[in-house]
Design a protein around this ligand. Structure first.
Ligand code: SF4
Ligand code: SF4
Length: 216
C-alpha cells in the first residue's frame, strides 16, 4: 500500500526540511523536476484565529475537543477534528459508525473526539460540510506521515503523483506523494485524498495545491 522507504519516500525525504517557520526554501518540484522557491509565509496570519482569517490559530486548535492526543496520533490513524467555532452543526456525529464523535443535545457545542473509539476509518472526513475533519497517521517509522483530507477540485490527482502539500491557509508547504484517492458512494461526491508527507509537516499539511486543468 505504501511506497518503500527507498523509493518515492527517499525522493521526498531529500526535499524535506526540518520544522516550519518564516523564510524561503528551495525545493525541486516533483512534477517538473525544476527547482522552485517556496515562500514560507505559513505563519503570517496564523495567530488571528478562525473568525478573522478562516484558519484556526494554534491556541484555538490546542483547546479544541476534536483534537487527538499526541500519544494517540503516534499510535496510528486517527481523526483530527479542527472544528473550533460554536455553530449549529452536527453531521459529523452521525457520520462516525463507531460513536467516536459526539456533539450532544446542544447543537452548537464543539464536536468531541473520543480517541479510544476512533479506528481512523475516515468516514467522518466527507461527512463534514465545513471540510474541517482530517485523518492523520504518525505511526510510521520511515520519517513520513499520512494526511487524509477532503478535496473538491478538479482535476483529481492519481495515486503515485507528486504534488505540493498546502497548509490550512492553502499556502505551499512541501513536496508530497499521493497515496490514495478515495471516491465512494457514501462520500456524496467528496473525494478523500491521502498524502505522504515528511513527518515534520504532519501537523500543518491539510490539503494539496490544485492541479492545472487539463483542457482539450
Ligand atoms: S475516523 Fe472513523 S472512527 Fe474515527 S471519528 Fe472518523 S468516522 Fe469515527
Ligand atoms: S460536521 Fe464539521 S463543521 Fe459541523 S460540527 Fe462537525 S466538525 Fe464541525
Amino acid at each position: 500500500m505504501f511506497p518503500s522507504a527507498g523509493g518515492a519516500g527517499a525522493s521526498l525525504r531529500a526535499q524535506a526540511a526540518p520544522g516550519l517557520g518564516f523564510g524561503r526554501r528551495q525545493c525541486r518540484s516533483p512534477a517538473s523536476g525544476r527547482s522552485v522557491l517556496y515562500v514560507m509565509i505559513a505563519q503570517s496570519n496564523i495567530n488571528n484565529g478562525v473568525a478573522k482569517t478562516g484558519v484556526p490559530s494554534p491556541s484555538e486548535l490546542a483547546s479544541c475537543p476534536g483534537m487527538p492526543s499526541i500519544r494517540r496520533m503516534k499510535e496510528g490513524r486517527v481523526s483530527v477534528i479542527e472544528c473550533v467555532q460554536e455553530i449549529p452543526c452536527n453531521p459529523c456525529e452521525s457520520a462516525c459508525p463507531f460513536g467516536a464523535i459526539t456533539v450532544g443535545d446542544q447543537i452548537t457545542s464543539l464536536p468531541v473526539l473520543h480517541e479510544e473509539k476512533c479506528t481512523g476509518c475516515g468516514a467522518c472526513i466527507p461527512g463534514c460540510p465545513g471540510l474541517a475533519i482530517f485523518v492523520v497517521d504518525q505511526s510510521r517509522t520511515d520519517g513520513f506521515a499520512v494526511v487524509e483530507f477532503p478535496f473538491e477540485y478538479l482535476p483529481l490527482p492519481n495515486k503515485g503523483d507528486r504534488v505540493t502539500a498546502v497548509n490550512r491557509a492553502g499556502e505551499e508547504l512541501c513536496a508530497a506523494e499521493v497515496l490514495s484517492v478515495k471516491q465512494r458512494k457514501a462520500y456524496n461526491g467528496t473525494t478523500v485524498i491521502g498524502l505522504l508527507v515528511p513527518i515534520a509537516y504532519a501537523d500543518e499539511a491539510r490539503g494539496m495545491k490544485r492541479l492545472a486543468r487539463r483542457d482539450g
